[in-house]
Design a protein around this ligand. Structure first.
Ligand code: URA
Length: 234
């Protein structure tokens, strides 16, 4: 098995984060620093990360959280801010958040130690749709709606076609549902900035068909078998 896949499988990190660990030179196979393309014989090779042995985790855990704003989506924050890990039950195993929601963004977040699922949900090639509730500072014109739908330039790259539904429009703002299948950094906020607007409130309300039903802000629960099966087969 390819080393990055093995690390993802073992619950050490997502596949992309595993690549970073490998590039950092902290991953060894049988005592030798490995590189990105190396393979592991799961039955005989000894893998370590920062000197600690890695074993394949047999059973994965899957949690869904309604992330409040004011929490960072990392396992540990350099600046000492609260992280989503602080909201997990104390008996939760070593998990990592699937993708990122900004500090100021709330809503649906999955946490797991299943690196393959993380890869599946976050890699742009898989185009898993994520839906956001957006409230803007200013009204959104029809022209802006069509620009947002067909793609706008953020950091010099055009966003893919996406679904934008105007839910409500008022004198000094608008409420919309935006469904994107890419995951560029701060994408939704930057898309609205690209049309001269500003996002006041942002909440992820869906990943695929998975919703936050029954989960209040800050609450977290384990996914049930049906939900896990749904995500694994997306
Ligand atoms: N888009 C953003 O701008 N922020 C998020 O947290 C998620 C998507």
């Amino acid at each position: 098995m390819r080393i990055n896949k093995f690390l993802a499988y073992s619950g050490v990190a997502s596949r992309r984060a595993a690549d970073e660990l490998i590039n950092d030179g902290v991953v060894k196979i049988n005592g030798k620093v490995c590189s990105l393309g190396d393979d592991v014989d799961v039955s005989s090779d000894k893998v370590t990360v920062n000197g600690k042995p890695v074993n394949v985790v047999k059973k994965y855990d899957y949690y869904i959280m309604n992330k409040p704003k004011g929490y960072v989506c990392t396992v540990k924050d350099d600046k000492g801010r609260k992280t989503v890990m602080d909201l997990l039950p104390t008996n939760a195993k070593r998990l990592f958040p699937v993708g990122r929601l900004d500090y100021d963004t709330e809503g649906l977040l999955i946490l797991t130690n299943d690196g393959e699922l993380t890869y599946k949900l976050t890699h742009p090639k898989n185009e898993v749709p994520k839906t956001y509730l957006v409230k803007t500072e200013k009204p959104v014109s029809d022209e802006d709606l069509s620009k947002l739908r067909s793609g706008v330039y953020i950091d010099g790259v055009k966003t893919k076609k996406c679904n934008v539904r105007l839910v409500e429009s008022y004198k000094d703002g608008a409420k919309l549902h935006v469904t994107i299948s890419e995951g560029k950094n701060r994408q939704v906020r930057k898309m609205f900035e690209a049309v001269g607007n500003c996002v006041d409130f942002l909440k992820r309300i869906k990943i695929g068909d998975l919703t936050l039903t029954g989960l209040d802000r800050g609450e977290v629960r384990q996914l049930n078998a049906r939900e896990i099966d749904y995500l694994l087969n997306l």
